[in-house]
Structure formats: C-alpha cells, structure tokens
Ligand binder design. Structure first.
Ligand code: 4NP
Length: 155
C-alpha cells in the first residue's frame, strides 16, 4: 500500500511546492520513497503549468533540495481519495477545499504538526517576500507530519 500526501496552497507556486520538495527530501532520507507518494496543488488556477516562484527555488537550492514540479490545480479526484493526507498551508485553503468538495476525512493545516511555533498558517511569501521564514515553518511542519505518518503506519 502506498500512502499519499498532497500539499495545498493558493497558487501552487510558493508554499506548497516548497513543502512538497522539503517533505520529499525527508521521505527519501528516511528510505520511505516507495511507501509515501508526495505531490502538491493549488486551490486557484492562475499559475497552472508554471515553475515554482523564484524565491521558492532559491531557498530550496540554498538547502540543497531539487524541485522541478509545475503548478496544477486541486482536482475532484484528489479530494475523493480517503487515503490521501490533504495538508494545507493555511485556514483559508482548508475552507476553500471544504466549500468546494465537502469535508475530507484527513485534512489538516501543515502547522498543526509543527512543534515550537504558535503560527498555524504559513504566511504567503508571494505577498511578504519572506521565503526564508516560510522555509523554517514548512520544515518544522514537515518533520512533525512525517513523524505522525510513520507512527500511524508503523513505518
Ligand atoms: P502560494 O502563493 O499560494 O504560496 O503559491 C501565491 C501565489 C500566487 C498568488 C497568490 C499566492 N496569486 O494571487 O497569484
């Protein structure tokens, strides 16, 4: 059985691609790439087909992480698979998905899994420009998320 994780933000060019790349690296390092499939998508369609934002690519490169994905929009198929972990970057993403597709049994905000931070929403660097801070938050959330998935699945 393979576990699926889908990271969701608004545009799928800044935050969720960063989370996808960071989490994929952690999964690879843990030797779990065959068991855990990682992807990302946006609630909006404006940037479909684009590469990740320059700021996201730069901060990933600074940490030695590769990313070659292209933006896509969340689909109904993503939201009908009960075994996919749907991990959003903020509460607005979560509400948008719920309004459009109804409640998915396994949806959470990434920072619900982050230790040592009061933040519950990853601030959008498309507006703030602070990609380094987003990287810190995303890394903390991804670490906690991987621990939760490993625990639940005995991995
Ligand atoms: P993201 O950032 O949701 O982290 O990918 C954004 C990217 C683009 C837009 C908004 C947020 N936009 O309005 O085009």
């Amino acid at each position: 059985m393979s576990i699926k994780v889908l990271f969701v933000c608004l545009g799928n060019i800044c935050r969720s691609p960063m989370a996808e790349a960071v989490f994929q690296q952690m999964v690879n390092d843990a030797g779990l790439a065959d068991q855990i499939k990682v992807d990302s998508a946006g609630t909006g369609s404006w940037h479909v087909g684009e590469t990740a934002h320059r700021g996201t690519r730069r901060v990933l490169a600074q940490h030695g992480i590769q990313y070659n994905g292209r933006a896509r929009q969340v689909s109904a198929a993503d939201m009908t698979d009960p075994d996919t972990w749907i991990i959003t970057m903020d509460g607005e993403n979560l509400r948008d998905l719920e309004e459009r597709y109804g409640r998915h049994p396994r949806t959470a905000r990434l920072l619900d899994y982050a230790a040592n931070t009061q933040e519950r929403s990853v601030p959008d660097p498309y507006y703030t420009g602070n990609f380094a801070y987003v990287y810190q938050l995303v890394s903390a959330g991804c670490r906690g998320l991987l621990a939760a998935i490993r625990e639940e699945n005995d991995l």
